[in-house]
Design a protein around this ligand. Sequence first.
Ligand code: NYM
Length: 212
Amino acid sequence: MACRRGVLIVLEGVDKAGKTTQCKKLVQALQESGHRAEMMRFPDRTTRIGLLISSYLEKKSQLEDHTVHLLFSANRWELVPLIKQKLDQGITLVVDRYAFSGVAFTSAKPGFSLAWCKQPDVGLPKPDLVLFLQINPALAAQRGEFGTERYETNAFQNKVQQNFEQLRQDPSVNWKEIDAGRSIEEVHMNIKMLCESAINLAKNLPIGELWK
Ligand code: NYM
């Protein structure tokens, strides 16, 4: 019998919503319940493109706004062969940010429409499930290490939050909202339950194409 594909799960939300913590806990829980699961994150700062992005985010270099948007997208596209390979091998991928962050962050800058920002990511592997960690950006900002990187200001994060709200109106993407203001364990249990059912539903369907 052909091996069932892995499932593509993405966690999204404003900075410090708890995505990384929850991704790690989810991967561990899925592995413990017998699934093959691995974590990925975007930006992937380890590639040549990722190094350019990382230096920009750390304010060590300047990049023109359209250019950095396209680099974030290119950083996803360069990993598409690996994503497809892992899914084909039956490995479920838990991804910390994806194209939705790309659009929500760039379109928080003056002069960038949602439509323009989405374009470079059209056709990426479509996540089977996108978990939106909902938290008041002001509350998230009180969590550790906020304010060191580019974009980490309250005004910017509020705009990002509004852009995520708009993206979540799109019924072609399987969004689920998570109340991320609760304890780490409560949020985790909620996420785990949603993922188990998404895995059962998605594993027999072909992977889709985002925003197509
Ligand atoms: N970010 C992330 C973007 O502006 N565009 C993107 O496409 C992606 C994936 O980079 N502030 C922003 C969101 C975050 C920062 O932070 C990455 P972290 O802590 O590595 O997730």
